[in-house]
Ligand binder design. Structure first.
Ligand SMILES: [Zn+2]
Length: 181
């Protein structure tokens, strides 16, 4: 698959396929979006929001959650806010998210089945990492978005003038519903 992608890429550049995408690193809508890596949202989310190249900083991970207050999500948001002019943040969960109901214990069993040594898992655990939590999912997308928005708003390093709000997107229609605070 990667070979095919490399081949496509060469032609894309040769044919100047990039021309409609030319823009700057500064988000025109002064917006950052934290959302899920779900494949259904790749094109649907920007299309349903009317966002095009250059409009917003989009930060993605499994579930679109903060994961850790000093992890890559907050770091990325702070770069967007402090360096690139972001003034508003949208946290967007979505229906039928794979992270909903995910079980940390099951993930650990899967790791062992994939050949990861139980000893390595124990070493990580003994270094103080709660693996079940880290690999676990959330119970409902509403509460996850709510908690993420709350966590970002209350974060000690988050400038208070940044507007942060939460939404759920329908993974098929793209319909956005606001999550009440
Ligand atoms: Zn998801």
């Amino acid at each position: 698959m990667i070979d095919q992608i490399m081949e496509y890429n060469k032609k894309f550049v040769e044919n100047k396929g990039y021309e409609p995408f030319l823009t700057s690193k500064y988000p025109d809508k002064k917006l950052a979006i934290l959302t899920c890596m779900d494949t259904r949202l790749i094109e649907l989310l920007p299309a349903a929001l009317g966002i095009k190249n250059g409009d917003a900083k989009i930060i993605k991970n499994a579930g679109g959650t903060m994961v850790h207050p000093y992890g890559s999500v907050v770091r990325s948001l702070l770069v967007g806010i402090l360096e690139l002019g972001v003034e508003e943040v949208m946290v967007i969960g979505h229906t039928d998210c794979g992270v909903q109901g995910m079980d940390g214990k099951e993930m650990l069993e899967l790791l062992e089945k994939r050949g990861i040594d139980k000893q390595h898992i124990d070493i990580v655990r003994h270094s103080g990492i709660n693996l079940e939590n880290w690999l676990g999912g959330f119970e409902s997308v509403e509460s996850s978005v709510h908690e993420t928005v709350k966590g970002l708003k209350e974060h000690p390093l988050m400038p208070k003038d940044v507007k942060i709000s939460g939404f759920i997107m329908n993974s098929e229609t793209g319909l956005l519903t606001k999550v009440e605070e």
